[in-house]
Design a protein around this ligand. Sequence first.
Ligand SMILES: Cc1cc2nc3c(=O)[nH]c(=O)nc-3n(C[C@H](O)[C@H](O)[C@H](O)COP(=O)(O)OP(=O)(O)OC[C@H]3O[C@@H](n4cnc5c(N)ncnc54)[C@H](O)[C@@H]3O)c2cc1C
Length: 439
Amino acid sequence: MRYTYLQAAMWAVLYVVLALSPLGLMLLDPLPEGRGFWMEFGVAIGFVGLAMLSLQFVITGRFRNFAMGFGGDNLLQFHLATGVLAMGFILAHPVIIIAHDTQFLAYFDPRVNFMRAFALVGAATGVVLLVVLSIWRKKFRLIYEWWRLSHGVLAFLVLLAGLAHTLQVGHFTDIWWKQGVVLFIATGAMGLLVYTRVIKPRILARFPYQVTDVVQERAEATTLVIEPIDHRGMHFEAGQYAWITVNDTPYSLQQHPFSFASSAEEPSRLTLTSKPLGDWTSTWPDIEPGARAYLEGPYGAFTLRWDSPCGAVFLAGGIGITPIMSMLRTLDDRDDERPLLLIYANESWEDVIFREEIEGLKHSLNLEVVHVLEEPPDDWEGEEGYVEPDLLDRHLPEPCDESFYYLCGPEPMMDLVEPELVKRDIPLPMIMSERFEIV
Ligand SMILES: Cc1cc2nc3c(=O)[nH]c(=O)nc-3n(C[C@H](O)[C@H](O)[C@H](O)COP(=O)(O)OP(=O)(O)OC[C@H]3O[C@@H](n4cnc5c(N)ncnc54)[C@H](O)[C@@H]3O)c2cc1C
């Protein structure tokens, strides 16, 4: 369940308190002698930068209850924004101090202390690389899996260097209990990385799944039917996703997020549907029944709400139909009678994944379907082109305070439709969107 504004605000306040907590530690007795405002300001933002870097490990630690309230893509956006800010603080730290007193340039001089200069230059370069390679990963043509591994390793090393630097300088941390607190925060953060990458996969290994069927769908998509081996499977909410590895260990770098396409009523028969978008998804058609799989989840705040009497509007584009299909299948299994509208955009009629099943759902659910085709057949009488404002005007029902809008599709469609819904006075909390593309 997505957090309310109040809950989200409380998490934000907690974040700020934790990020600023090292300043409290600095101000506790015993205090060293003051060295002027700019000097102490430079030190303070270094501390805050280090605390923010530690908190990055919590944000991306895939802690289910915490992540569920925000949604994976929101957390990643927050992770990116705070990462850029932390980089700014960490780089400003030496700049301000050296501008105040140039004798601190010696910290970067390998002739004075090789290890110290090496660690500081390494940490500064590392923090810049962390941000630059994340923002421009695609421009640099970095393979996603290798970027993900290097991101974790680099973050770990930068934090380690920051911790060593804090303890070695020791100006505000020259007493054992202050050193203990700094060590606790930084090693706690590094421990979270070990938990995510080592302990959690070990736990996953105890709950294996098996691919029991591989179904070829339209538009070259493939559906994997996955069943638990000697356990009860995965209870999820319609619209959520899991991280999956197939024919590999749960430690594999080839672990990818996929929305459940099946009904939430069937936790022991899960289906995931993928389009061949890259190296790993292109191997899906060759996966054989019997293949071993591991699922980590469920995650995501893009979930079906049951408290909306006015029904729901679904806007899907291409493979973005998968979480919405899970919602429709779940609504069908629960004999839901509320009015539902699906606007489903695809390139051609042949590309409409789950086309026949959706036709069937029109009879068992109170469902209206509007297909939008980019390249329609000659005899097509339906909507053509893209999901655009006038098309929304033609089909969206009168806004109802309690109606939810679920949106999942290609980036251009999401970027156009989200603001259009807001323009139509639909309150933000009623617009749920899921983006498959990460930065
Ligand atoms: C919450 C969520 C749910 C998703 N559900 C589905 C689904 O139901 N069906 C479907 O076909 N696709 C889904 N995706 C996208 C799917 O995860 C990626 O297409 C897949 O990981 C690409 O792997 P690849 O190695 O084949 O491609 P690559 O060659 O590695 O990359 C192709 C593109 O996919 C993106 N990508 C690669 N790895 C990941 C990753 N681990 N996480 C997110 N994006 C990645 C890259 O940015 C790149 O642009 C979902 C993504 C997210 C974030």
